[in-house]
Design a protein around this ligand. Structure first.
Ligand SMILES: NC(=O)C1=CN([C@@H]2O[C@H](COP(=O)(O)OP(=O)(O)OC[C@H]3O[C@@H](n4cnc5c(N)ncnc54)[C@H](OP(=O)(O)O)[C@@H]3O)[C@@H](O)[C@H]2O)C=CC1
Ligand SMILES: O=C1OC[C@@H](O)[C@H](O)[C@H]1O
Length: 358
């Protein structure tokens, strides 16, 4: 049976374009059981919306015969042809936009970080639950086939034995001096800095590779951390977090916008060997290499599909909504709250407050 899902895309920017690429490619290839139809682009400027449709190559052939409407945010929320809203705007906008979407009766997939702090995340989780609408933070990394492969090896076949330690780094030289102070990476009013933007992925690896449980069920862990706050921008451009689980395993989870990161970007050390993760962008794990201490043949898992990688979470959302589920089992809301509260804790440990926290 084919599942059809009608999307409204909020914010005609960078990540929205990468997201819609995968929806359109999926339709063009007639891959799998889901057809994603983009019915509306919500944007601050109709010119931007039209340029978005052209630049991101949304056309009637790859969008099930539909050319999306270009609308104001307000009109997108009122549009009966929108069933789920994808929110691809800077972090501090997420709270009011998710709220507005839910109050308009829409399901929501919201980009990471879900909100700036746990307090705001809790508010939205309670709202979605009270309205019985689907809500998920778009932590696409968790849905990649490479992660499914690795988790099976770690937690089902247990071929790597006991997990001892994880190094995971998401760093890239953002050439900050060349960016305007109003850039979302730099501006404290746009919740700039590394922890919320890319450190969240390093923390995500600490959550998915060191623990097989989620949210309220998760294994207990403690955190110690350092953030380096930039003297001019007053946001964090180096973030180092150590996560120690009750069983003794540790995650050394780092992020930086001052410098490029290593390859492999992650190394997981276990009693029977180790796994290394490779990617251009550590948010989308493309390749995993598993090496065993006993000399048996290493396993290399690679998945080159032509998708950016957003299709995995988008399909998961479509299956959930069509089945009437209001949360996703891989990225449930309790896990979002756990990660948000971990990031709150790191910021508190380092005296780093955003204006949105008050
Ligand atoms: N999953 C992933 O790999 C990635 C996720 N992200 C997340 O997506 C979100 C958006 O990032 P990105 O696409 O890079 O951002 P952009 O800077 O490209 O902005 C996206 C859109 O948000 C709106 N917007 C931008 N700046 C402002 C502002 N100052 N005030 C109000 N609205 C604004 C604009 O929408 P309009 O069209 O209405 O003008 C813009 O097109 C972030 O939360 C980020 O964390 C980002 C990159 C990768
Ligand atoms: O989510 C992200 O992943 C890729 C980064 O370049 C970007 O800044 C961030 O938002």
């Amino acid at each position: 049976m084919t599942i059809e899902l009608k999307w409204g895309i909020l914010g005609a920017g960078n990540i929205s374009c990468q997201f819609v690429h995968d929806l359109c490619l999926n339709n063009e290839r007639k891959d799998g059981a889901v057809r994603h139809i983009i019915t509306s682009i919500g944007t601050s400027s109709s010119q931007k919306g039209s340029e978005f449709i052209e630049k991101c190559d949304i056309n009637s052939k790859n969008n099930e015969g539909v050319i999306p409407a270009v609308q104001s945010y307000e009109d997108l929320f009122k549009n009966n042809d929108v069933k789920v809203v994808y929110i691809g705007t800077p972090h501090p906008m997420h709270k009011s936009q998710v709220e507005h979407a839910l109050n308009s009766g829409k399901h929501v997939l919201c980009e990471k970080p879900f909100t700036v702090n746990k307090k705001d995340a809790e508010y939205l989780v309670n709202l979605a639950r009270s309205k019985k609408l689907f809500l998920m933070e778009a932590v696409w990394t968790r849905f990649f086939p490479a992660i499914e492969f690795l988790k099976k090896l770690l937690f089902e076949t247990r071929k790597l034995g006991t997990i001892h330690r994880l190094f995971a780094d998401f760093s890239y030289d953002a050439e900050l001096a060349k960016l305007p102070p109003t850039s979302r990476l730099r501006d404290i009013n746009l919740a700039g800095g590394t922890l919320l933007d890319i450190g969240i992925y390093s923390l995500t690896y600490g959550r998915i590779l060191l623990d097989n449980k989620l949210g309220e069920e998760s294994s207990k862990f403690q955190v110690k951390s350092f953030l380096t706050l930039d003297p001019t921008d007053k946001v964090d451009y180096n973030s180092s977090v150590i996560m120690k689980y009750a069983n003794g395993s540790q995650g050394i989870l780092t992020a930086s916008n001052y410098t490029d990161g290593p390859s492999p970007f992650a190394r997981l050390e276990c009693s029977n060997g180790y796994a290394e993760l490779f990617a251009q962008n550590p948010a989308c794990p493309e390749k995993v290499k598993v090496v065993f201490k006993d000399g048996s043949e290493p396993i290399v898992y690679e998945n080159n599909t032509g998708y950016n990688g957003f299709i995995y979470e988008a399909n998961a959302v479509a299956h959930d909504i069509s089945a009437g589920r209001t949360e996703n089992a891989i990225m449930p809301l309790a896990e979002t709250l756990l990660v948000m509260s971990t990031m709150d804790g790191v910021r508190q440990e380092n005296g780093f407050v955003y204006p949105h926290d008050y």
